[in-house]
Design a protein around this ligand. Structure first.
Ligand SMILES: Nc1ncnc2c1ncn2[C@@H]1O[C@H](COP(=O)(O)OP(=O)(O)OP(=O)(O)O)[C@@H](O)[C@H]1O
Ligand SMILES: [Mg+2]
Length: 331
C-alpha cells in the first residue's frame, strides 16, 4: 500500500575527487549518473547491484551527506539543496539511516541511553530528561531489547543486538523514510532473518517508506515491492520486484540473479534457462570502448555495435523500465 510521493531523486550525478598522483593531475571520477527514483509514503524500494556499483553513494546522496554534481533530491516536493543547514537538519528527522556495520556506526564511548537520546535532543527538544529516558526504553522494547540494556555500551552486545540498537536509533524520532544500507550483511544467517523480520514489522506498524540496499536478493523479495538495479553508477532496470525477478529484461539483471540464486536448485534451473536465452558473446569491435555506450557491453553476450556506441536510456518494456538496446528482444 503506498501514498503520496515522499522522496524523489532526479537525474543525480555524483563525482568523487581523484587526487593528483605521479604525472596524473587531480580530477573527478563520476560514480553515479542520471539516477532517478521515487518513493511514495509506505513504499519499499530495493537497490541492488554488484560491489562498487554506487549503492552506498546513492544512499549518501539522498541524505545529502555528499555534494551532488547534478540533479535534485526532493523530500515531499521540497528541494533539499535550497535549505539552510538548520532546515536540512530538521528534515533529516524524516530521513533516517541504518548502516551495514552496527559496531562502527554506534559510538563506543556512549551508553545506549546516550546514543538513543541524541536524535531526541535534536528533534524533540521539548522532552525532559526523564521523558527522553522513557522514550529510549520504549524504543528498545520495540526492537526486542530490555530497559536494562540502556546503561550498556555497544561492544557489550552481540551483532544482532547492536543492529537492533541501530534500528532503534533510526526510528526513535519517527522518520517517514528509512534508508538501510546492507543492514544485515554483517550478521550471522539466523540473526539476519530476525533483523529483517524486525524491519518488516516496524515498516508495517509505522507505515514507513523503506529504501533497502542489499546483496541478498532473498531479503529483497521478502521486504521490497519495487527493485532498482544499479551497475557502474547507472540504473539498468527498475520495476516491481515480482516481475523483475520472474522476468528480468536486462542482461545484467539476469547475470545478477543467476549469480545469487546458484545455491537454490529450482532457481538455478530457471537461471540456466535464462542464460540459454543469451546469444554467444559479442566480439569487442576494434577501437571501441564502453565509455560511449552501455557500461555492461564489455561483459554482455548480446552486445552489438549500437551498444558500444550509444548509451541506452531507460524505456518501458512490459511493466519494468530497462536501459538496454536489446531488452525487447529477450525471451
Ligand atoms: N570517498 C570516495 N572517494 C573516491 N571514490 C569513492 C569514494 N567512495 C566510493 N568511491 C567509489 O565509488 C564507487 C561506488 O562506491 P559505493 O561505495 O557507492 O559502492 P557500493 O555499490 O555501495 O559497493 P558495496 O556493495 O561494496 O558496498 C566505487 O567505485 C568506489 O570505489
Ligand atoms: Mg556499499
Amino acid at each position: 500500500m503506498s501514498g503520496p510521493l515522499l522522496l524523489e531523486a532526479r537525474d543525480l550525478r555524483v563525482d568523487y575527487p581523484l587526487p593528483a598522483r605521479g604525472l596524473r593531475r587531480a580530477t573527478n571520477v563520476t560514480v553515479l549518473q542520471q539516477v532517478s527514483l521515487t518513493l511514495a509514503d509506505g513504499q519499499s524500494l530495493a537497490v541492488v547491484g554488484e560491489s562498487g556499483s554506487g549503492k552506498s553513494t546513492l544512499a549518501r546522496a539522498l541524505l545529502r551527506l555528499l555534494p551532488l554534481a547534478a540533479g535534485q533530491v526532493l523530500l515531499r516536493g521540497e528541494d533539499l539543496a535550497i535549505l539552510t543547514a538548520a532546515e536540512l537538519r530538521q528534515r533529516r528527522r524524516d530521513l533516517q539511516m541504518v548502516f551495514q556495520d552496527p559496531y562502527a556506526s554506534l559510538d563506543p564511548a556512549m551508553t545506549v541511553a546516550e546514543i538513543l537520546s541524541q536524535p531526541l535532543r535534536v528533534f524533540a527538544p521539548e522532552l525532559s530528561a526523564a521523558q527522553r529516558l522513557d522514550r529510549c526504553a520504549a524504543a528498545l522494547h520495540e526492537v526486542g531489547l530490555q530497559p536494562a540494556h540502556l546503561q550498556r555500551y555497544a561492544h557489550q552486545f552481540s551483532g544482532g543486538q547492536a543492529q537492533r540498537i541501530g534500528v532503534a536509533r533510526a526510528l526513535i524520532a519517527g522518520p517517514a523514510v528509512l534508508i538501510c544500507d546492507e543492514p544485515v550483511s554483517a550478521l550471522d544467517l539466523p540473526i539476519r532473518l530476525q533483523v529483517l523480520q524486525l524491519l518488516a514489522a516496524q515498516r508495517e506498524q509505522r507505515g514507513l517508506a523503506l529504501l533497502f540496499i542489499a546483496h541478498d536478493l532473498a531479503a529483497v523479495r521478502y521486504l521490497c515491492e519495487r527493485t532498482l538495479v544499479l551497475f557502474a553508477g547507472r540504473v539498468m532496470e527498475q520495476g516491481p520486484t515480482a516481475s523483475l525477478f520472474a522476468h528480468p529484461r536486462h542482461p545484467y539483471t539476469r547475470t545478477l540473479l543467476a549469480a545469487s540464486l546458484r545455491a537454490d536448485p529450482q532457481a538455478a534451473k530457471a537461471a540456466a534457462a535464462q542464460r540459454r536465452a543469451l546469444a554467444p558473446a559479442a566480439a569487442v569491435p576494434a577501437g571501441q570502448s564502453a565509455v560511449a555506450g552501455c557500461a555492461w557491453a564489455p561483459r554482455c553476450h548480446l552486445a552489438q555495435a549500437q551498444c558500444w556506441q550509444q548509451q541506452p536510456v531507460l524505456r518501458q518494456v512490459g511493466d519494468v523500465q530497462v536501459a538496454c538496446h536489446r531488452a525487447g528482444e529477450l525471451a
